[in-house]
Design a protein around this ligand. Structure first.
Ligand code: HEM
Ligand code: HEM
Length: 200
């Protein structure tokens, strides 16, 4: 018997759409770290420019996905957790909020960095994005430092966030990680919130 696949979130679980957004963005961010650091180490030249063009296109894709994801989130239920202390639920919400903010600020700082360097950003050579700032070396330096700092912040927060998910799975043995996994990857777990606790 196959469980029914649900696209939308319920008050107890993430639906397939939220799960796909989550893991697709995680995968693209890993690609971005590789492209970004490899390109940053190369001397100025064709290869660097080509890698950075890929990096920018993938980064703009993440920006668009993040916008769609927030939109989707705003029209669906949000799964709740009743387990744990109040401060833990507050911390999880603050973490998710910060991760969302970074998903916007990192691509935008990259976009503005490129404009300030006088390179308009192109999305896979198909669409050229507008420049919202003047070409200016000081602005370029500013956005470049901002991009780098925000990227560090993402690395630290995402590592803490992943550690929390793993702790829930292996130490608390609840369903917090499992409910973010598509149905084929799941094994039954004690729910972090039971259906009877949720008032629909
Ligand atoms: C979530 C999306 C993104 C992530 C995770 C990301 C991550 C990174 C990382 C790890 C680096 C190398 C470290 C550094 O030199 O700062 C980098 C560099 C860079 N990124 Fe991004 N980036 C993203 C989006 C973008 C976007 C959308 C653009 C432009 C449209 C962009 C433009 C650049 C540029 C031009 C560099 C090279 C900086 C240099 O000259 O060294 N990035 N990025
Ligand atoms: C760049 C990496 C990551 C980012 C930016 C990220 C971002 C997010 C965001 C924004 C949420 C909140 C979703 C929502 O309710 O709308 C979330 C939830 C979640 N993430 Fe991640 N995540 C990342 C990596 C990971 C990894 C590696 C794991 C697993 C080891 C993970 C496991 C989870 C789980 C289990 C939830 C659901 C938490 C709950 O139900 O309260 N994430 N993530």
């Amino acid at each position: 018997v196959f469980p029914k696949i649900r696209l939308r979130n319920s008050l107890t679980e993430y639906g397939l759409v939220a799960q796909l957004f989550h893991w697709l963005i995680v995968a693209l961010i890993l690609v971005q770290f590789v492209l970004g650091y490899v390109a940053a180490d190369l001397p100025l030249g064709l290869r660097k420019v080509a890698l950075l063009a890929q990096h920018k296109s993938v980064g703009i894709t993440i920006l668009a996905l993040a916008a769609l994801r927030i939109l989707w989130r705003s029209v669906s239920h949000h799964p709740q957790t009743r387990n744990g202390m109040r401060w833990q639920r507050w911390l999880a919400a603050a973490m998710h909020g910060s991760l969302y903010v970074l998903l916007f600020m990192i691509p935008i700082s990259g976009w503005l960095m490129s404009s300030a360097r006088n390179f308009s950003v192109s999305w896979f050579g198909l669409v050229t994005l507008p420049d919202f700032v003047e070409a200016d070396p000081r602005l370029y330096q500013f956005f470049r430092s901002a991009h780098e700092l925000l990227v560090y912040a993402l690395a630290v927060l995402a590592a803490l966030h992943a550690t929390a998910a793993i702790k829930h799975h292996f130490i608390d043995r609840d369903d917090v990680l499992v409910r973010m996994l598509p149905i084929i990857l799941r094994r039954s777990r004690q729910p972090a919130v039971s259906r009877s606790e949720v008032n629909d």
